[in-house]
Ligand binder design. Structure first.
Ligand code: SAH
Length: 354
């Protein structure tokens, strides 16, 4: 064993099995071997491709949605334009290009990015050159000001723990060692106060996932929106309430075994949007809306037609395929969903309803 697998095997041999959350944290963010800390995994030549990398239309419409929410709230003269987990910076670049046409928006915006990976911060810095950008390690460091925020495929990268119901108790799925190799195992059964509410809708044998970091991040975001105004668009794959094992590894655009080659594959889990909504305080949360419906409501078809009229040949075909990929139910259209947060006395962000 080499690299991170060897580091983890030594740790487990010394101190016992680790949680899936510990494993995800090490695999994604280990300073020397972590997936995000050591590489730029995005785009058609990387391991996977995200919505902003598929088409500029995604960021344009997201940006105009945030700008309209800003106008709807009286266009505050100073606000935080924030993104959580900005990847290559493509989404923010497209947001800024599209909102250049909105009078006063750029002048009022202070751009803040929450990004754990130093390698990706460098990519974002290059992509957003010409803009004044502040980076943060955590959402808690965002300024106390009106907050207009987007997070695309950020929450799915946060570490989750998995629990299997055993009558009134829970066993945690853990990672241990067998014959020197990493393997899944189960802890002893124990009651868990934080999962008491899930006894009503699960039966023995069911597996549920819990993301400890998501709630506090949503609380930080909603505190600012409640106090100063703003809006948040949380975009990710997942559903209302977690049920079942959704931990998945992807390397070079193909599914991989999550325990094979730690640090070399992306690890994600579906987002439990109900848990995010429940963690929001003193704000309104929108109905969970599919990405296809959200983008259609914001006018992606009209925008796609305008762009298509300027393209020919393979560029046109690629563009039409990207439109379909973002919106079609068989592609990202229904798997990906949007949860919006907005002040109680403001309308929901365009494209969403409360
Ligand atoms: N939003 C981008 C990238 C999504 S991938 C896109 O749509 O293309 C997840 C991003 O979140 C990466 O930029 C990764 O480095 C960052 N990230 C993952 N865990 C994080 C954490 N705990 N804190 C801050 N950033 C994190």
């Amino acid at each position: 064993m080499t690299g991170l697998a060897a580091v983890l095997a030594r740790r487990i041999a010394a101190t016992g099995p680790i949680t899936i959350a510990d494993y995800m944290t090490e695999c994604l963010l280990h300073p020397e071997h972590g997936y995000y800390t050591t590489r730029d995994p995005f785009g058609s030549s990387g391991d996977f491709i995200t919505a902003p990398e598929i088409s500029q239309m995604f960021g344009e419409l997201t940006g105009l949605c945030l700008a309209q929410a800003w106008l709807d709230q009286g266009a505050p003269p100073h606000f935080t334009l924030a993104e959580l987990g900005p990847g290559r910076g493509t989404l923010m670049a497209d947001i800024l290009r599209a909102t250049n046409a909105v009078p006063g928006f750029h002048h009022a915006a202070h751009i803040h990015l929450v990004e754990a990976s130093r390698a990706l911060r460098d990519v974002q810095r290059a992509r957003l050159s010409g803009f004044d950008v502040t980076w943060h390690d955590t959402t808690g460091d965002l300024p106390d000001a009106p907050l207009f925020l987007v997070a695309n495929e950020f929450f799915d990268a946060l570490p989750i723990r998995q629990f299997i119901r055993d009558e009134g108790d829970w066993r945690e799925r853990q990672i241990g060692l067998q014959d020197g190799r990493l393997c899944f195992g189960l802890s002893a059964a124990a009651p868990l106060h934080m999962l008491a509410h899930r006894l009503a809708d699960t039966k023995p044998g069911d597996l549920i996932e819990h993301c400890a970091q998501a709630g506090p991040i949503i609380a930080e975001v909603s505190d600012r929106i409640a106090a100063h105004g703003g809006a948040a668009l949380i975009i990710d794959y997942g559903d209302w309430r977690s049920l079942g094992d959704t931990l998945q590894a992807v390397a070079q655009h193909a599914p991989a075994d999550p325990l094979d080659a730690p640090g070399m594959a992306d690890l994600t889990a579906h987002v439990d949007f109900e848990a995010l909504a429940m963690a929001s305080t003193d704000v309104s949360y929108s109905r969970l809306t599919t990405q296809g419906v959200f983008l259609e409501r914001l006018g992606i078809t009209q925008r796609a037609q305008v762009l298509a009229s300027k393209l020919g040949g393979s560029a046109r075909a690629t563009h039409l395929a990207a439109h379909r990929r973002l919106t079609h139910p068989d592609e990202m259209g229904t798997l990906f969903k949007i949860l919006g947060l907005s002040p109680k006395d403001a309308p929901p962000p365009p494209g969403l309803e409360n």
